[in-house]
Write a protein that binds this ligand. Sequence first.
Ligand code: SF4
Ligand code: SF4
Length: 327
Amino acid sequence: MSYISESLRVLFGAAPKRPAAEEITPEAKEIHVYKKQNPFNKAEFERIYAQAAEKPSPHKWRNRRWITLILVNFLFLASFYFDVQLLEGALTASRFVGFHMADLNSALQVMLAYKYVVLNLVIGTVTIFILWLLLGGRTFCSWVCPYHLVAEWTEALHLWLAKKKIVRDHPFKRGVRSVLYIIFALLAFVTGYTVFETISPTGILSRAIIYGPGLALIWVGLLLLIEVFYSRRLWCRYVCPIGITYGVVGSISPLRVVHNLKDCHHEGDCRKVCLVPHVLSMTTKGRSPGVEQDVGADCTRCGLCVDVCPTGSLRFELKGLGKHLKN
Ligand code: SF4
Ligand code: SF4
């Protein structure tokens, strides 16, 4: 099965497939057999963790991402505040030095609600499509969306409380997000209102940062409370249609996280930190069909797995340019 079709299948909610014997390359098979016959021992794990602990910056990608996200959102605020017309509008629809930009999902909702094609939205959508195609699709989620950042912080609280056995995660079926995608689109078409935009914490937070806080922030606070006490990253994992839209773009994007089977210890640290661990199924022992395997389209390119991997088996890569980004 091709990378794109398998990636999209998993993005829409299906479980990742275990590769059939004939889908595994001879080189990967050889590594799987070697690892089965020579399992990693405790001392080896300890040595690798000790080596990883010496990394000069264990949160390199996370720090780069947080700085970028804060800067982008600050640029909207600064543009509005100083009236410099550099980056006007909000995340859902904006103009960057005169270029129209429209969030793909918002543009779709607006056109469904108004039932005609708005020219500026088409221009903005094409600009944004090309931008996120080059930058990796769901990169929008983890490198730009302000809700992602606050949800990441509250997720740390959820994990701490879960460790103390005060709260428990209640996971849902991932396919719920695809069903909600259709429901939000139908609601826009039938009611003539962009219903999703009203409840989207991305838009609410973006407007609050630029124009000041409003009552809608109560909804965002409620969502965060649910994520802390009931279901880990509920909104991003099971609800937000923006993730699906950009995930589809990401399936053909050249910027990917790539897994190398050779040194991987399969202990799963990467899957523990990942918002979408299903995209890392190839890191499970015996599951990778190739020595080098691209991570799926639902990946937000957040880099947390790259930071946490003690063996350096995960890295960013620009496909087609043969270029590995410096981890
Ligand atoms: S890729 Fe994942 S499972 Fe493999 S060594 Fe790195 S963190 Fe561990
Ligand atoms: S696979 Fe890695 S980069 Fe992608 S979302 Fe998961 S942790 Fe982030």
